[in-house]
Design a protein around this ligand. Structure first.
Ligand SMILES: N[C@@H](CCC(=O)N[C@@H](CS)C(=O)NCC(=O)O)C(=O)O
Length: 203
């Protein structure tokens, strides 16, 4: 399998954490790939019509994209405990947490594109504030629902950890831990996993 990836992408990090946790990393060849909403990368566009990483090219040529889909595929490829619970309340709790983690990332990335990429005269502060509000509300919800982050490894935990790691990476000045001690304590513990250490964003 080939993973079109960027070393700072938090969605790629989800995929790699799952792969490392379940011993699949040796089966994945990582292909560094530029992904940028303004400058098209024709090779990436051919693999993923949405022009985003991660995209996973399978040995039969099919390309999977969107981290939830790639993660669910990888979860079907190992014999260990599943990180996508098969059914019932556990499954939907995990998927809901994944949606919060991914949604916080979507908002954080949109706010970052607005400042890091958009020309200054075209920036829209209310838009940035609106995106920041979304990830702040996500954090508050996680602080209240931190009990749902317990139990065996789940895709929900992985997605939330990647979102928190991304806030540390790109929004360190926001100090998301302030007023959210339970979530901060959960993240400190989760961050000690080798898979988290091995996938820390660089650059
Ligand atoms: N929903 C997608 C989001 C992927 C995504 O936005 N990736 C970013 C890199 S972190 C990207 O490729 N951006 C390029 C673009 O938006 O054109 C997923 O979960 O995989």
């Amino acid at each position: 399998m080939k993973l079109l990836y960027s070393p700072t992408s938090p969605y790629v990090r989800k995929v790699m954490i799952l792969a490392l946790e379940r011993g699949l990393e040796k089966k994945i060849e990582k292909v560094p790939t530029a992904a940028n909403p303004v400058q098209a990368n024709r090779d990436l566009d051919k693999a993923n019509p949405l022009g985003k990483v991660p995209a996973l090219q399978l040995d039969n040529g099919m390309v999977l994209f969107d981290s939830p889909v790639i993660c669910e595929y990888l979860d079907s490829r190992h014999k260990g405990a599943k990180v996508f619970p098969a059914s019932g309340a556990r499954r939907f709790k995990a998927l809901r947490l994944q949606a919060i983690g991914d949604g916080m990332l979507d908002a954080a990335l949109l706010a970052r594109y607005e400042t890091a990429m958009r020309p200054e005269n075209l920036r829209w502060p209310e838009w940035i504030d609106g995106q920041k509000r979304k990830f702040a509300q996500g954090l508050d919800t996680l602080e209240k629902e931190v009990a749902d982050l317990g139990g065996g490894l789940s895709i929900g935990q992985i997605a939330v950890a990647c979102a928190l790691g991304y806030l540390d990476f790109r929004y360190a000045d926001m100090n998301w831990r302030k007023g959210r001690p339970k979530l901060a304590a959960w993240y400190t513990k989760f961050s000690q996993k080798k898979s988290m250490q091995a996938t820390q964003p660089q650059g």
